[in-house]
Structure formats: C-alpha cells, structure tokens
Design a protein. Structure first.
Length: 86
C-alpha cells in the first residue's frame, strides 16, 4: 500500500473540525486509509474520533497509508491544509 508523510497544517492540529473533514473525505473514497504518528500504531482515517486520538498538533508529522494513490493524495492534501482557516 502506498504511504507517505504529511505535516499537519491546521492551526490547532487534528481536532474535531479537521478530523471530521478528513474522515468524510476518506469515507467518500471507499478506500482504506490509515494515519499514524511516526513509530506508532495506525488508526482508521475514516473515523474522526480515531483521528483525534492521535493528538496531532500543528507541525506534527503523520504517516498516511492508503490502498489507493488518489485517496492517499487527497488525505495528504487535507492534512497539509489549514482546515481551520475560513
């Protein structure tokens, strides 16, 4: 499965709003996507609650793994966007 590292850009990290946006995007792809802090166990990126358990703050490096390159690219794009900006 393709994997890459993304850096969290949202001002206060992957809290409720960014986590929900990412989880909804993952669900819409129909692909399996996981997120993990480097060296830690991955969580299901289709679950906002699981994303929030990472405790990823702005600047945190997150390993993104997916069974589809397009889904991987979409999630990386979202993580690297400040989803708190209006």
């Amino acid at each position: 499965m393709p994997s890459t590292i993304a850096t969290v850009a949202s001002a206060i990290g992957l809290h409720a709003r960014p986590a929900t946006i990412i989880a909804e995007a993952v669900t819409g792809t129909g692909s399996t996507v996981t997120l993990a802090l480097e060296g830690a166990e991955p969580v299901d990126a289709g679950s906002a609650l699981m994303i929030m358990t990472l405790g990823a703050e702005k600047g945190t490096r997150v390993v993104v793994t997916a069974d589809d390159q397009a889904a991987l690219d979409k999630v990386v794009e979202l993580i690297e966007t400040d989803l708190d900006a209006d």
